[in-house]
Design a protein around this ligand. Structure first.
Ligand SMILES: [Zn+2]
Length: 408
């Protein structure tokens, strides 16, 4: 056998559903890599003979390997921050007072319109580094803080540059319909026209997005407006996904599922009809405990029903300056369990196998098996449950991307 590298003294949480053990685990395992892909994997006792003189052999000190983590929902390209607003609110200011002082999403929009591509790139790079340090090898990044054509395109271009220059793979989502900009305060339909007639064609022409997303909510876009945007995106051959059922139940999830959405995200207020629609269309349910925590929400997503209908559950950071300023994959594993009562195995599946599905990359990443990309992490833990159990101690020892060591 001729391989580029071999790992031994490891246990592997493959997350492969075809391996019946919890986490698809193989204990006392070995894994061999060739040309960036997994070439062999199994119990070490079955490792075929290979040329030990010419093949680097790494020892995992009896730690655990998992697939590289996938953060399938972030807004990590933005300028400014909302720490002042956070402080004002805790000092007792009302939402109206904060809005009058220029706070809220509009302050982020203003900062993004003013920032250069270089500034946004550097901010995005630092945040990607933070995620990568915790084992993230694939991330989704949305636009949505421009709310005009020029700035939306700028944010998408920055996301694309991050993908080119950072080892983390970036999937890009156009979220022009994130909020109604002040210029269109009394005419949201005209803003949707702008998204459809000007922004989306430009995004498609430049090949700037893999998917299109909308914030479907009473405080954002109606069900009818959302359907217009998602239908146009689908017609253009882009993936679709949706911020839905976060603060109320408008039926966005069921509508998006019928259009074949990859995922619906937040979904605290999703009802049984909505869950059924997801199950019928194979749409993933993306849970965002960071926003639930930061906004101190109390309505739980329908976890038991999602289990019952076997809807793939995804867990993501929703990293953004307004409702989830928490740039951490491991914290999300913990919150998925503590706040939403996922099992540690469900939480890990939500940042590996199911997250890959939500981004349409399940053919190459998300589980460890022969033929898949060699994207994996070595963790200094004695059981995979430890990833969700504890937080704050640096347990990420190595990260490999396409077989290359990217973090030590
Ligand atoms: Zn979001």
């Amino acid at each position: 056998m001729s391989w580029d590298q071999v790992w031994i003294d490891v246990n592997i949480a493959t997350m492969d559903p075809e391996i019946s053990a919890p986490y698809g685990a193989i204990t006392d395992a070995a894994i061999a890599i060739k040309e960036g892909k997994i070439a062999w994997m199994g119990p070490r006792s079955e490792l075929p003979e290979f040329d030990v003189l010419s093949t680097p052999v790494y020892r995992g000190k009896d730690g655990w390997l998992t697939p590289g983590l996938i953060d399938a929902h972030t807004h990590l390209v933005f300028a400014g921050n909302r720490a002042n607003e956070f402080e004002l609110r805790l000092q007792g200011a009302s939402y109206e007072e904060i809005a009058r002082a220029g706070g809220g999403i509009i302050s982020t929009v203003k900062a993004c319109r003013e920032a250069s591509e270089a500034e946004l790139f550097e901010l995005g790079r630092q945040r990607l580094n933070a995620l990568a340090k915790e084992g993230v090898t694939t991330v989704e990044i949305k636009s949505g803080y421009g709310l005009d054509t020029e700035t939306e395109l700028k944010l998408l271009r920055v996301a694309r540059e991050l993908g080119k220059h950072h080892h983390v793979d970036v999937k890009i989502t156009f979220l022009g319909a994130h909020a109604i900009p002040p210029e269109y305060k009394d005419n949201s339909d005209a803003y949707v026209d702008l998204v459809l007639d000007e922004m989306l064609p430009a995004v498609i022409q430049e090949g700037l997005a893999d998917a299109v997303d909308v914030f479907c909510e009473n405080i954002a876009f109606s069900l009818a407006q959302t359907e217009r945007v998602l239908s146009a995106a689908k017609q253009a051959g882009l993936d679709i996904k949706l911020h839905a059922e976060q603060l109320s139940n408008l039926g966005g999830s069921a509508m998006a599922a019928k259009l074949g959405a990859k995922s619906v995200d937040h979904i605290e207020y999703l009802d049984e009809a909505g869950v059924k629609a997801l199950s019928e269309s194979g749409t993933c349910a993306t849970l965002l405990p960071g926003a639930f925590y930061f906004l101190r929400e109390t309505q739980m997503p329908p976890i038991d029903m999602l289990r019952q209908y076997e809807v793939p559950m995804v867990l993501a950071s929703d990293y953004n300056p307004g409702s989830s300023p928490l740039c951490s994959s491991l914290l999300m594993l913990n919150m998925g369990c503590t706040l939403f009562r996922l099992t540690p195995e469900e939480a890990l599946a939500g940042m590996t196998r199911n997250a890959a599905k939500a981004l349409g990359v399940e053919a190459s990443v998300g589980v460890l098996k022969v033929g898949m990309q060699a994207d994996f992490c070595l963790w200094d833990i004695t059981t995979p449950a430890a990833l969700a159990y504890s937080y704050g101690v640096d347990v990420c020892k190595e990260v490999l991307k396409n077989g290359n060591l990217v973090h030590q």
